[in-house]
Unconditional design. Structure first.
Lengths: 180, 262
């Protein structure tokens, strides 16, 4: 409140009611400073030599003294410093937080990749397992069936079946060696 | 209404707490944090046009005017700002390449970036993040997340919210959903990005993972693996099937991993 009154006076000279009105406008909301609060404070500031009061046409005008101006400057710069500090602190914290989040994200990625790797290698030697092997088995059965006993000679059938099995075995071999 | 033009490092304290924040900076660094104390804007660095701020009726806008002509000799347009707002403030951030970090908000966050990286911490409100190549990392988020990226990666650490919807082209997705809400839903769509989801062993989800040619790995034997021409899938119900996990990729591999709830 003190500082506010000082800053309101700033470099002008104000009547008591002007001060009250400005306070009401600026502060607003739930807190409406009353004459009973403001005038005693002004008188206190006067006693401390920070504010000068003079009479004019029956009204009292308030003004900052040199000392008042100096006090305002000092406190204002303190407030500015505090604001800057709070801001800087918030910013530092956020920089630190940012690298923390980034680091924990990277750790999570490594963890999940490793878990996935472990799971895959447990599932079988071949990087493709389960469904593909099933598909290969189906493929072999299909081809063997397609080579109907009536259409080709037993020899040709045997040769074809052997060729298919060899191809499938080679496929398994290739897949088993393939990089994931 | 109050306006500021800031050319040199400075902190501005706002007498009025904003209920809405819009930040529009081309590049640099943007930090937004929720605070119960006074709202403020700290400008740490300005390159190029002045940083402008306007607070009017609860709406706080902070921007750096983009030059209408980007020609030879155009200086960088970039600024480093740190903003404190009330937790209930709705925030929207638009940038091209600025690094963005947001923390503690309880209301909506909308983030649009091209290549800027985003780190999000403890966000409670609904989050929409769109990036082209910028990575998004979010830790301790509750609420809902919707993310769209082209090649940016998405990493969700300790996600405890109710819904995740991610759409990427080649961006990888890593999501630890151990703390997600029981009825939560996780939907991921990608073309070629790898997807890693970690669910609790005692998970309760209806699962549907589909891919054209991507490799599917699952730590859950309850799920049935199927494959047909041009597609393969992992489907089934875990536990009571209260939540939902749906992943579809073209060539991206999918790993459904199990974590033990400590």
């Amino acid at each position: 409140m003190r500082l506010y009154l000082l800053s309101l006076l700033g470099d002008s000279e104000l009547h008591g009611y002007q001060i009250l009105r400005t306070l009401k406008e600026r502060v607003g909301g739930d807190y409406t400073p009353s004459a009973g609060t403001v005038y005693p404070r002004l008188r206190q500031l006067e006693r401390e030599g920070l504010v000068r009061a003079r009479q004019e046409a029956g009204r009292i005008l308030y003004q900052l003294t040199g000392a008042g101006e100096a006090a305002l400057r000092d406190q204002a710069s303190e407030i500015q410093e505090l604001e800057t500090e709070v801001g800087r602190l918030a910013h530092e914290m956020s920089t630190q937080l940012r690298s923390e989040v980034r680091d924990s994200a990277r750790e999570l990625r490594e963890e999940l990749r490793a878990q996935s790797e472990a799971l895959r290698s447990r599932a079988g030697k071949a990087p493709f397992s389960g469904d593909l092997q099933e598909q290969l088995a189906r493929f072999t059965a299909e081809w063997t069936r397609l080579v109907a006993p009536g259409t080709t000679s037993a020899q040709a059938r045997a040769a074809l079946a052997a060729a298919i099995e060899a191809a499938v075995a080679e496929l398994h071999q290739t897949l088993g060696n393939a990089k994931p | 209404m109050a306006e500021w033009e800031i050319e040199t490092p400075e902190t501005v304290q706002f007498a009025e707490a904003p209920s809405e924040l819009l930040v529009d900076l081309v590049g640099g660094d943007i930090s937004v944090a929720a605070s119960d104390g006074p709202s403020s804007l700290e400008v740490r660095r300005v390159d190029g046009p002045v940083v402008q701020a306007r607070l009017d009726g609860g709406k706080l806008e902070i921007w750096q005017r983009r030059p209408s002509f980007w020609g030879i000799g155009t200086t960088r347009v970039s600024a480093s700002v740190a903003i404190l707002v009330p937790p209930g403030c709705r925030v929207r951030i638009e940038t091209v390449s600025a690094s963005v970090s947001v923390e503690g908000l309880e209301a909506e966050l909308e983030l649009k970036t091209v290549s800027g990286e985003a780190t999000l911490e403890s966000l409670r409100g609904p989050v929409t993040a769109e990036t082209v190549s910028g990575d998004v990392s979010s830790r301790g988020q509750s609420g809902k997340l919707r993310g769209e990226t082209v090649s940016g990666g998405v990493t969700l650490n300790a996600f405890g919210g109710s819904s995740v919807r991610l759409h990427t082209v080649s961006g990888e997705v890593f999501a630890d959903l151990m703390q997600a809400e029981p009825d939560s839903s996780a939907e991921v769509e990608t073309v070629s990005g790898s997807v890693y989801l970690r669910l609790p062993v005692s998970s309760s989800q209806k699962v549907r993972v589909e891919s054209v040619s991507g490799h599917l790995t699952s730590a859950f034997p309850e799920l049935r693996a199927d494959s047909g021409p041009g597609s393969r899938s992992l489907k089934g119900s875990l536990g009571e099937g209260r939540g939902k996990v749906k992943v579809s990729t073209i060539s991206g591999s999918v790993s459904l991993l199990a974590g033990a709830t400590a």
